[in-house]
Design a protein around this ligand. Structure first.
Ligand SMILES: CC(C)(COP(=O)(O)OP(=O)(O)OC[C@H]1O[C@@H](n2cnc3c(N)ncnc32)[C@H](O)[C@@H]1OP(=O)(O)O)[C@@H](O)C(=O)NCCC(=O)NCCS
Length: 181
């Protein structure tokens, strides 16, 4: 299963993605804002760890818990980042959370929007989801920008929604329903 647009493909990781996955991480620039991930040290980017990640992804997908996708440049094969669909409630509601992350050397080129849109399509067309939402910190302009650019609707602020080291944090929630896509 894979979904493509003009520039990118979004699909589950396979073993032969290892080099591209590693290169994508190694080419990351220093952390650009508080929401950005740190560039991982090379020792965390081994084939063993990558294979373990694929195994874990497969198990979680089989249990219908979470689906993780790699984002790849169609022309060059370069790894651009990842998206995910985390099942929040399956029974009756078919409801998931959308996650997205682009390597920071590729920010502001429309890849986040393109990859998130393809992931919504996977969710609605292949995973039988009815409702997908994205939730983020109130000042997370990049993530809000992606959700808005997809046409997801701002539904409000969910209070004390997410645990972080300083306590429970309010998040703003954007939603999409199958009928919109
Ligand atoms: C959030 C993130 C995925 C955005 O990826 P991206 O590829 O740079 O986003 P795009 O280029 O597709 O931009 C999509 C829209 O968001 C806007 N946008 C992106 N980053 C922005 C920022 N820092 N400030 C304001 N707007 C921003 C763009 O202008 C664009 O809007 P438009 O379509 O109206 O022009 C990226 O910054 C990232 O990976 N951050 C770290 C991980 C993370 O925070 N993930 C979300 C967890 S909730």
């Amino acid at each position: 299963m894979k979904y493509s647009s003009k520039r990118i493909t979004v699909r589950p990781y396979v073993r032969r993605d290892y080099e591209s996955w590693r290169e994508g991480h190694l080419a990351r620039e220093p952390k650009k804002n508080k929401f950005d991930s740190l560039k991982p040290p090379a020792k965390n980017l081994t084939l063993k760890k990558f294979t373990a990640m694929i195994g874990k992804n497969k198990k979680r997908a089989k249990r219908d818990e979470c689906y993780v996708y790699g984002i790849f440049d169609k022309k060059t094969g370069k790894h651009l980042g990842s998206t995910s669909l985390y099942i929040l409630i399956r029974k009756g509601l078919h409801w998931a959370n959308l996650g997205y992350e682009i390597h920071n050397q590729y920010w502001r080129q429309g890849f986040g929007k393109e990859a998130a849109l393809l992931t919504l399509k996977i969710g609605f067309r292949d995973l039988g989801l009815h409702r997908i939402e994205a939730a983020m910190e109130l000042d997370h302009k990049g993530s809000i920008g992606v959700a808005r650019s997809l046409g997801m609707r701002r539904e409000g602020i969910r209070r004390k929604f997410f645990p972080n080291p300083s306590g429970w944090e309010d998040l703003v929630v954007f939603g999409a329903v199958k009928e919109d896509f």
